[in-house]
Write a protein that binds this ligand. Structure first.
Ligand code: ZN
Length: 501
């Protein structure tokens, strides 16, 4: 049996090398590659992805997994070997159900759709993008049919990003949270002026912003011996190894929170990957458990830590030291309130903590309605605007600020959006547990001792890699399934106090 397991591991290690090499090319594409390199890079990436797919769906891997099935069952569920075999089997079953011709059709269609989306967004004309979106939808329906489902067509798509999660579970969670958040948004909307953030809009030197970002990333515990930061138009985190996890950021020179919180967010993703156990390297287990689990880490550092009062008690003197003019009249309390200001807005990526999930719910509802044929692509702009009015009380002035704002549908990434909200909910659930486990957490933060949180996350979450699903992790770490009670209570406490509700 050991021989078979070794054979499997050797093959998976090679596939992991190919995928990680492709990730290096992808990182370069978004950071340093000159525009002229685009066509060649697309070919190189397509070749590597084809190679990795071919190697992974090879019958030999299927046979090895079948032969190792009984052995895996004989081991503890959470052991490295049992988890490797279980998770690889899950990936293999999905990958081998989709014909390579469909995979490449989707790759080509989404590449064209992305270009069409960019132009349509620049000109704010949804009708130019509609045929490409229709094509992506048709292909994703076929993809979902290949994978199969018993209940909802959305299930297999969601499963790509959040293994094991079902559409009806998300519907139940969202309905529940929406009932709590919509009234909160309306209550705050009548008191928007209670919080002032005007002083965040000033001129901030970019090099100083960069240094500040590096400072905060180090404080969180990002290891620059095993990572680096660069610039890109859309910040992201990528990993080529547990020993090489990189982040990117961007800055606005008239609004410092954009770059500052982007850096904290990506650092949250990066320390997750840096915290994986070395034994998982070059296996399918060497990543975060799911997109929701990953987002729980980025959002925890960004919001539950970076937008907390104790954080600013510690960090404000540093801020005032580097931007003495800009913040001469501000203190930690003013900063805490300013960076948390709630304002229903059109753009998801700029949304505050209270309104953010409503943006996600809107997209989730539309994606399901589209896939199930309850609405058509042509209906989208109008329904989008109606829902924005219903949930957030605002109507987009044009398609660019409405239905065209996100890149995901051009990539054919249906099923992706809910993971953002799951990350927010899971972060709050974990944080309740962390407060039980670490005495005086706020006092540690006030002294700049953030390693205490990172150590906890490493021991309880990061170490497991992809061994468990989000729900399994929730049960293992907090003793109950994923819940939204913690998140709702967090919002009500924090914003109830801030807005004197
Ligand atoms: Zn993220």
């Amino acid at each position: 049996m050991q021989e078979k397991l070794d054979d499997l591991k050797k093959r998976l290690a090679e596939i992991s090398d190919i995928n990680n090499a492709a990730a290096v090319l992808g990182w370069d594409q978004q950071t340093y590659m000159p525009p002229g390199g685009a066509a060649a890079r697309a070919q190189q990436l397509a070749t590597l992805s084809h190679l990795a797919h071919e190697k992974f769906t090879d019958d030999t891997i299927g046979c090895l997994l079948d032969e190792l099935h009984a052995y895996a069952r004989s081991l503890p569920y959470d052991s490295d070997d049992a988890s490797l075999i279980r998770v690889t089997k899950r990936d293999y079953d999905k990958a081998s159900k989709v014909p390579p011709s469909l995979v490449s059709e989707i790759a080509h269609a989404t590449a064209r759709a992305f270009e069409a989306w960019r132009k349509a967004k620049a000109e704010s004309r949804f009708s130019d993008f509609a045929p490409y979106l229709q094509r992506n939808l048709d292909l994703k329906r076929r993809y979902a049919e290949c994978l199969g489902y018993t209940d909802r067509i959305y299930d297999p798509l969601l499963d790509d990003y959040e293994p094991g999660m079902k559409t009806t579970q998300i519907e139940a969670i969202f309905t529940n949270v929406k009932q709590e958040i919509v009234p909160l948004v309306h209550a705050i909307s009548s008191r928007l002026n209670v919080v002032d953030n005007g002083f965040l809009y000033q001129t901030f030197d970019e090099q100083i912003q960069w240094d500040l970002g590096m400072d905060v990333a180090r404080l969180i515990g990002y290891d620059f011996e095993r990572g680096r930061q660069d610039r890109s138009p859309h910040p992201f985190t990528t990993s080529f190894s547990i020993h090489d996890v990189r982040i990117t950021t961007r800055f606005m020179n008239n609004y410092f929170p954009a770059g500052f919180f982007a850096t904290i967010h990506e650092t949250g993703h990066a320390v997750y990957n840096q915290g994986l156990r070395y034994e998982l390297e070059r296996t399918p287990l060497a990543d975060g458990a799911s997109l929701g689990a990953h987002e729980s880490q980025s959002r925890m550092w960004e919001n539950l830590v970076g937008r907390s009062r104790p954080f600013w008690k510690f960090f404000m003197p540093r801020m005032k030291a580097v931007f003495p003019e800009q913040f001469k009249n501000a203190d930690a309390e003013k900063m805490y309130r300013a960076v948390n200001r709630v304002k229903p807005s059109l753009i998801r990526v700029e949304a505050d903590e209270v309104t953010y999930n409503l943006h996600i719910m809107l997209r989730f509802e539309l994606e399901n309605a589209l896939l199930e044929g309850r609405i058509t692509v042509d209906d989208l702009p109008e329904i989008w605007n109606c829902k924005m009015q219903e949930y957030l009380g605002i109507t987009p002035p044009d398609d660019a600020h409405g239905v065209l704002q996100d890149v995901h549908w051009s990539h054919g990434s249906f099923g992706y959006f809910p993971t953002y909200s799951l990350g927010n909910f899971f972060a709050a659930q974990l944080f309740d547990q962390i407060r039980k486990d670490i005495f005086g957490l706020d006092r540690h933060f006030e002294k700049g001792e953030f390693h205490i949180l990172l150590d906890w996350l490493r021991a309880h979450l990061h170490t497991h890699g992809r061994k468990f699903t989000l729900d399994e992790l929730a049960k293992k770490i907090t003793g109950e399934s994923l819940q939204t009670r913690s998140f709702v209570a967090y919002l009500k406490n924090k914003y109830g106090e801030m807005y004197s509700l």
